[in-house]
Unconditional design. Structure first.
Length: 168
């Protein structure tokens, strides 16, 4: 079934509210997916350079939540909340991300994991409720650079897991 026309319409309808980030990761898709789905992995790489993460609660299932605090390099704490909307192992994760449950400024992200030989292409498409919220995320919070750094941290982490043979 060809949905290209519909996809193009949907894409153009949200283009001014989107951030898209992609990275090729030198690890098998199953491991990259696992690094996103198990808290023992997430806490070791999640966030931009210099950030650490403390998980308050984590339940990876549709409707489940991840409640955590990101600790900035300047000592600032950022309360975060994610709810899982769709999970298709090891291909796709859709989530709602805000500062807290019910956050009116929460945004949706879709992560896709595509095998490319022995590597994995991860694509993160984030759609904000308004163009203004997207622009604020970019300008005030460095969302593009932070997203690229986060995927860089993921790449470094899974490379270490592969090297150490600690997958699974």
């Amino acid at each position: 079934m060809n949905t290209t026309g519909r996809d193009s319409e949907v894409r153009s309808a949200t283009a001014d509210r989107e951030i898209a980030i992609s990275r090729l990761i030198d690890a098998p898709r199953e491991l990259v997916f696992e690094a996103f789905t198990e808290v023992r992995h997430l806490s070791k790489w999640w966030g931009p350079e210099g950030f650490t993460t403390t998980t308050r609660s984590f339940e990876f299932r549709v409707g489940g939540e991840w409640v955590f605090v990101m600790h900035g390099p300047d000592g600032t704490d950022y309360s975060e909340w994610i709810s899982w909307i769709e999970i298709v192992p090891p291909e796709r994760i859709e989530m709602l991300h805000g500062e807290y449950r019910g956050d009116p400024n929460a945004f949706e992200s879709v992560l896709t994991f595509t095998p490319e030989g022995k590597t994995t292409r991860i694509e993160m498409l984030t759609v904000f409720a308004t163009k203004e919220l997207r622009d604020e995320a970019i300008e005030k919070h460095g969302a593009i650079e932070g997203g690229q750094q986060t995927l860089g941290n993921l790449a470094a982490y899974v490379a270490e897991v592969v090297r150490d043979g600690a997958a699974g």
